[in-house]
Design a protein around this ligand. Structure first.
Ligand SMILES: C[S@@+](CC[C@H](N)C(=O)[O-])C[C@H]1O[C@@H](n2cnc3c(N)ncnc32)[C@H](O)[C@@H]1O
Length: 385
């Protein structure tokens, strides 16, 4: 029996939720049919797990890698549609291709020439933000684009971590020092196998919505969800921890981005100034306010070694109270702490000595009675029931 839906692991992501964490929150704070939302959705664990548990679900993220992976899971096409599209792309590719290799020694050290030609063809062809089939194929590509190729025959690159893409100069030196050459991989054949593997369980019956949006703008990007969200399960970027765009640079390249890392592309990924960080989170809670239902719950998982649990608790509570105007916000407990698993990249980078922990905070929201009275016209009340 398969315990874990194979879509969850289609592509790893830094600071991702384990799905058991989301499942626990869903069972504690929602019922089937409720709407669950994640403004920092990453690879879409909240969205997909909610859909599997018969909730409606939506999410947003600023990083196209996150949007592609989360959308693929939330709007998965049928297996046949995916396989047909891969076959069609292979026919279109034909036997040989001339390619314009990006002018960086990284690419020829990272990929065997025929493999690189196939990857570049798919990069050019896939309309991942337009069709569900292309989105699913792109998400599978992101999951195999780099990784520990000496361990997995599906991994397309020279040896690299799978969670993050190491920097070009560093990677080339690392491969040269060890005399490592990239393996030949038949990309279309691998994609068919990965699709069969991922579809060992059917997709969720419901479809969700994932949009490329700044968390501070979700009131505008999701107008149809105003006043409807029953539960938020989210994890914002941690203070001074990672630059998602820089650490995902090779995946961003595959989705049409630059052929080198772009430092601070999304300025909110790695705040280093405490005041700016809290101002950013305050603006995110404010953005969320108009989507929240009269009675709702917000679950926040947050880490970062620079704040104590007490500081996080206090800052989140006061930030939510200040920015969710019209609601009474009550913490359900003082926070639950868990240790972070050692990361896969430790073979490539020294592991930090300090023990990393994450804290989970839960807040209940009740809209003030006067606000409900103002909001509820008799006609709406009948339609709502
Ligand atoms: C801790 S991760 C979330 C991981 C997610 N829980 C998962 O399971 O994959 C934080 C996410 O916030 C996103 N992010 C950073 N700034 C943002 C912004 N202004 N608006 C929306 N998303 C943002 C990052 O791209 C990243 O995906």
């Amino acid at each position: 029996m398969i315990n874990r839906h194979p879509f969850h692991s289609i592509c790893p992501y830094f600071a991702m939720f384990p799905e058991q964490f989301v499942r626990h929150q869903l069972l504690s704070f929602s019922t089937p049919g409720d709407l669950v939302f994640d403004p920092f959705c990453g690879r879409g664990t909240t969205v997909f797990e909610s859909l599997l548990r018969e909730r409606a679900a939506a999410g947003s993220d600023i990083n196209p890698v996150a949007v592609c992976i989360a959308s693929a899971k939330a709007m998965a096409p049928s297996l046949n549609a995916v396989l047909n599209r891969i076959n069609m792309l292979q026919e279109l590719y034909g036997p040989v291709r001339d390619i314009d290799v990006p002018p960086s020694p990284f690419f020829e050290h990272c990929y065997e020439p025929r493999t690189l030609a196939e990857i570049m063809f798919l990069r050019e062809q896939l309309r991942w933000s337009e069709t569900a089939e292309d989105c699913f194929i792109a998400a599978m590509m992101l999951g195999i684009l780099h990784g520990e190729s000496h361990r997995s025959r599906y991994c397309l690159s020279n040896r690299m971590p799978r969670t993050i893409s190491t920097k070009p100069g560093y990677s080339v030196r690392w491969w040269n020092e060890r005399g490592l050459r990239p393996p030949r991989r038949e990309v279309f054949e691998i994609l068919r196998n990965v699709a069969l593997f991922r579809y060992r369980l059917p997709p969720a019956k419901r479809h969700g919505i994932v949009r490329h949006s700044d968390a501070r703008m979700v009131g505008e990007t999701f107008p149809e969800l105003r006043g409807r969200v029953n539960l938020v399960v989210t994890s914002p970027p941690y203070f001074d921890t990672t630059d998602y765009a820089e650490d995902q640079w090779l995946r961003l390249w595959f989705l049409g981005g630059a052929s080198k890392p772009e430092f601070r592309k999304n300025r909110d990924d790695r705040h280093t100034q405490v005041e700016e960080y809290w101002a950013f989170l305050d603006a995110a809670w404010k953005g969320l306010a108009s989507l929240m239902n009269d009675r709702a719950t917000i679950v926040i998982r947050i880490g970062g070694t620079k704040f104590t649990k007490e500081q996080l608790y206090e800052k989140l509570r006061s930030g939510l109270e200040k920015n969710l105007a019209g609601f009474t916000v009550k913490p359900l407990h003082d926070g639950i702490t868990t240790s972070i698993r050692p990361r896969e990249i430790s073979a490539f980078r020294p592991t930090p000595k300090r023990k990393n922990v994450e804290h989970d905070f839960v807040y209940t929201l009740h809209r003030h009675v006067q606000q409900i009275a103002k909001k509820t016209k008799p006609k709406d009340a009948i339609i709502e029931r």
